[in-house]
Design a binder for this molecule. Structure first.
Ligand code: ZN
Length: 251
């Protein structure tokens, strides 16, 4: 019954005309859009409309919520869903945006928060917190390997099994086992490289734990897919299987 109401509501959302001003937002703010095919762009717009309408959006810290904020965030998250059907981060209910990186202070002055970067957070309860300043600069630079929205929404995908621990479920058990093996090997290699301060394609932040490894690997997958394929072929291949898309076509 719930699905019936939801599908009916989504049909209504998609019948509303696409605001032409949103095209300009995609053009200006989402660098990846330039590489998408017409079919992918149409699907992206469908996903954006559903995410914009279905999530509860909040702006804090003096920031005024706007279509630009919503479409830029939804549009970047939508890139991650181009390979799947009828999934719109249903388990994410609230997106909270601040103008700048978040600073949480305890009474003792220690900075606390889920991410040591503080530009964003993703919580198992369905909340995603983002710094607009970082969202915008990352979305406008699609090939620098960093993307806050992709990072936080990768944590959300990781949390689909009830825990954000870097453990992904693939369609079959053999691929899931292969992911665990490849993830452990790559995570160990990144940890060693980070300890030695060796320059790597994957950001050192991925060596924090396996959840951060998946989030950082996802950023690299969408922003530097060719290099990831060349330097970490098995990891790249598994991410193609997981996201069901190949971003090398967009570059
Ligand atoms: Zn993270």
């Amino acid at each position: 019954m719930f699905n019936w109401f939801r599908n009916r509501r989504r049909k209504r959302i998609l019948q509303e005309p696409w605001a032409s001003a949103w095209d300009l937002i995609l053009e200006n703010n989402i660098g990846h859009c330039k590489g998408l095919s017409t079919t992918e762009r149409d699907k992206l717009k469908k996903i954006i409309r559903i995410i914009v309408h279905e999530k509860h959006w909040e702006a804090h810290g003096g920031l005024e919520l706007s279509d630009e904020i919503k479409v830029t965030i939804a549009g970047t998250a939508a890139l991650m869903l181009l390979g799947v059907e009828d999934f719109y981060f249903e388990h994410v209910n609230t997106i909270i945006v601040y103008p700048h990186p978040i600073r949480r202070q305890t009474q003792g002055g220690l900075v606390v928060g889920k991410e040591s970067r503080h530009a964003g957070e993703a919580w198992q309860n369905g909340q995603v917190v983002l710094s607009w300043q970082d969202v915008l600069s990352d979305s406008r630079n699609p090939f620098d390997g960093r993307n806050l929205v992709i990072h936080e929404f990768a944590h959300c995908l990781d949390g689909l099994d009830g825990e954000m621990g870097g453990s992904l479920a693939f369609g079959d058990a053999a691929t899931t086992r292969r992911w665990h093996r490849v993830c452990e090997t790559e995570f160990a290699a990144l940890t060693r490289a980070a300890e030695r301060r060796q320059k790597t394609l994957l950001d050192y932040y991925g060596a924090t734990n396996q959840a951060e490894f998946f989030a950082v690997a996802s950023e690299t997958f969408f922003e530097k897919p060719r290099q990831l394929d060349e330097e970490h072929a098995e990891l790249f291949e598994l991410l193609v299987k997981y996201y069901r898309i190949d971003p090398t076509k967009w570059t």
